[in-house]
Design a protein around this ligand. Structure first.
Ligand code: SAM
Length: 298
């Protein structure tokens, strides 16, 4: 079985890097949520954090089972349940994110289940228990936390029902050729797979307070410094698609978008749907991508 291979390949280094990432996300998640005001009220009043891209790619999911991988504090998971009608289960490595998501689900009266786990451990456990879902969903800042794309894609295939779909929306890896001023400064092809951020996951909501977010902004935690480093894993789009195809999933759609969802660069403007575009007249390049891939029936 594929998960035995995983257990042999998942060496101590990978575990250690994931442990740092867990600690870094625990600290950052507290800071992020400190800026978002009363989120339970936001959801009780009918709020949603979904963007047109994932709504389009998810399509009709009413009554379907959906696992949301790397779900952070569950805002998108709950939006999918409340607005699209799926039965949702969220998985994330961060203790703080999952504790927050569980409270939010209760306080917002939106049924959902959440599990704290390293996604690779979760795949191993879920597939050994023959758990399967109609959909696997993951979005916005997920692929660069994955230390092994082959095992990720195989894990997804194992937990999808035949005919089930993967929907992924993420920042386009081309983004990393630019600095914050949108100048080309780096190669698209990563020289090193592991990219360590000594300063850890940042409190990036403070970059553009109250912009590009459906939540009211609160000052919350100020001058956040993350004591835990974080480790990103750099992949190209070709490697992502190769892993998905290699796991036997059929690519149905691949979309590239010239806009993003946050002030990723300084010369950007807000556009409807809590999204951002480079300023007028700047050349357009893909900043996000989204895809649908299907597990064949036979
Ligand atoms: C940028 S967030 C995802 C954003 C999410 N779409 C949202 O709405 O907030 C990335 C998430 O990946 C999680 N993560 C990182 N490595 C992981 C791993 N090995 N297993 C499970 N979750 C992981 C982090 O805890 C974090 O919550």
């Amino acid at each position: 079985m594929w998960y035995h291979t995983f257990q042999m390949e998942n060496d101590d280094l990978q575990r250690e890097l994931h442990t740092h990432n867990r600690a870094s996300w625990n600290a950052a998640t507290l800071a992020h949520n400190s800026h978002r005001g009363d989120q339970a009220r936001f959801f009780r009043e009918g709020g949603s954090t979904l963007h047109p891209e994932e709504i389009d790619l998810l399509g009709e999911v009413k009554g379907r089972t959906l696992v949301h991988l790397l779900c952070n504090a569950g805002q998108d998971t709950l939006s999918i349940a409340a607005h699209l009608g799926a039965h949702v289960h969220g998985v994330d490595i961060s203790d703080e994110a999952i504790a927050f998501a569980r409270h939010l689900s209760q306080d917002a009266h939106i049924p959902a289940t959440f599990e704290r786990a390293d996604v690779y451990d979760w795949f191993a456990q879920a597939s050994s228990q023959h758990r399967q879902f109609d959909l696997v969903f993951s979005s916005y800042g997920v692929v660069h936390w994955l230390s092994d794309l082959t095992l990720w894609a195989r894990g997804i295939s194992a937990v999808l029902k035949p005919g089930g779909r993967l929907v992924l929306v993420d920042f386009h890896p081309l983004e990393r050729i630019f600095d914050r001023d949108f100048q080309v400064v780096a190669s698209y092809f990563p020289r090193e797979r592991i990219d360590t951020l000594a300063q850890g996951v940042s409190d990036y909501l403070t970059r553009s307070p109250g912009k590009v977010t459906p939540f009211a902004y609160e000052p919350g935690v100020e001058h956040f410094e993350n004591p835990h480093p974080a480790h990103l894993f750099r992949w190209t789009l070709g490697e992502v698609l190769t892993a998905i195809g290699g796991a036997g999933l059929r690519l149905k759609r691949l979309q590239e978008y010239p806009h993003s969802i946050a002030m990723r660069f300084r010369p950007m403007r807000e556009i409807p749907g809590y999204r951002t575009m480079p300023l007028e007249g700047m050349p357009l390049v893909p900043l996000l991508y989204g895809l649908q891939a299907e597990k064949p029936e036979h």
